[in-house]
Design a protein around this ligand. Structure first.
Ligand code: PHE
Length: 355
């Protein structure tokens, strides 16, 4: 029998036994390694007589292929066997308790900001932002608030330096200034964000949230302001009818100025918006003072408009029945679990921000 046939017989027989990964690899080396039997047969090729060489090479190649095929088949079988064994041994025990996971909740303030932004974006307002740390000029001076105005008093304002040049913004109105300084009219923006005043009780926290509104264009008047706020409040509280009251007020940066109250009543321990004879103040507003427009280089002979500042936290308290403002910012996990919103729940009046 030729060497080739012998090799073939010997190794086919070996490969028919029960083998593991290592022993298959061992066989592979014995056959095809540097000094492997098949490799050595190939080395003989040169010394085989010319007339036999063709047949020798053909036989050798055939055997080589046959053995290689057998080896990969063995590897494949082994793989299948391993998988089957794993499936048999590693059963999924569906009776085991599930792995616990915590899903976060959306804070009511974030939720309310989203709702407000969505409602105003429907009627053409875009959203602007400004920093919490402001300079005295944007927060007061540009807003026509003279040096001796009580709002500048240390009592209300958190100053960050002795010269009283830097402060934590006391309202979102400086975003009006920033927006008008960097662009050209018309302007139609809202600016939600954090605001700070040295104040703390059940309805006041040293950090709270406002949303500023600003609409400057040709011929904008108080009627537009009223219509816009009326629309917003109805949409926000999801009611068809509201009672709204404009009370004359004073802000240095608007003239005339008003504070807006909405009518409500308490029915079965719950606040009902739009009925009853109780009033709750929710915002300040007015027609932007010409001095403010001049400070930000808006031509007052062509442009005018209104501004408003709404207390976001108050709106959230009303809509979602939360009675202590301070709880908003105490980061109590049980509170957020109770009052927070499921991130996958889309509120009924949410229409998306991009429309
Ligand atoms: N900035 C005012 C406040 O914080 C609210 C306001 C904004 C009033 C815009 C008029 C116009 O009380």
């Amino acid at each position: 029998m030729s060497d080739i046939k012998k090799i073939k017989r010997e190794y086919l027989e070996k490969l028919n036994r029960e083998l593991n990964q290592d022993s298959i690899n061992q066989i592979k080396t014995e056959l095809f390694g540097k000094n492997g039997s098949i490799s050595n047969e190939f080395k003989k090729l040169g010394s085989v007589a010319v007339e036999e060489r063709k047949k020798f090479a053909a036989d050798l190649n055939l055997v080589k292929e046959e053995l290689q095929e057998k080896i990969s088949k063995k590897f494949h079988e082994l793989e299948i066997k391993e998988i089957n064994e794993k499936l048999k041994n590693e059963k999924v025990d569906v009776t085991l308790p599930e792995r616990s996971f915590e899903q976060g909740k959306i804070h009511p303030v974030s939720q309310v900001i989203d709702e407000i932004s969505s409602i105003f974006s429907e009627i053409g307002f875009s959203v602007e932002e400004g920093p919490d740390v402001e300079n005295e000029y944007n927060n007061f001076t540009a807003l026509n608030t003279p040096d001796n105005h009580p709002a500048r008093d240390m009592h209300d304002t958190f100053y960050l330096d002795n010269e009283k040049k830097l402060l934590l913004r006391t309202h979102t109105s400086p975003v009006q200034v920033r927006t008008m300084l960097k662009g050209k009219p018309p302007f139609k923006i809202i600016a939600p964000g954090r605001t700070y005043r040295s104040d703390s009780d059940q309805t006041h926290a040293p950090m709270f949230h406002q949303v500023e509104g600003l609409h400057i264009d040709k011929n904008i008047n108080m009627g537009h302001l009223k219509g816009c706020l009326n629309y917003f409040i109805k949409e926000f509280f999801e009611v068809d009818k509201i009672k709204m009251r404009f009370r004359p007020s004073h802000f240095p940066f608007t003239e005339p100025s008003a504070e807006v109250d909405i009518g409500y009543e308490i029915k079965d321990g719950k606040i009902v918006i739009g009925e009853g004879d109780k009033w709750l103040e929710i915002l300040g507003c007015g027609m932007v003072h010409p001095n403010v427009l001049k400070n930000v280089k808006v031509d007052t002979s062509k442009f005018q408009g209104y501004a408003f500042g709404i207390g976001i936290d108050r709106l959230g308290m009303l809509k979602y029945g939360i009675n202590d403002l301070r709880a908003f910012f105490e980061t109590d996990y049980r509170w957020i679990n109770h009052f927070g919103f499921d991130p996958l729940d889309v509120p009924s009046n949410y229409r998306g921000l991009s429309r």
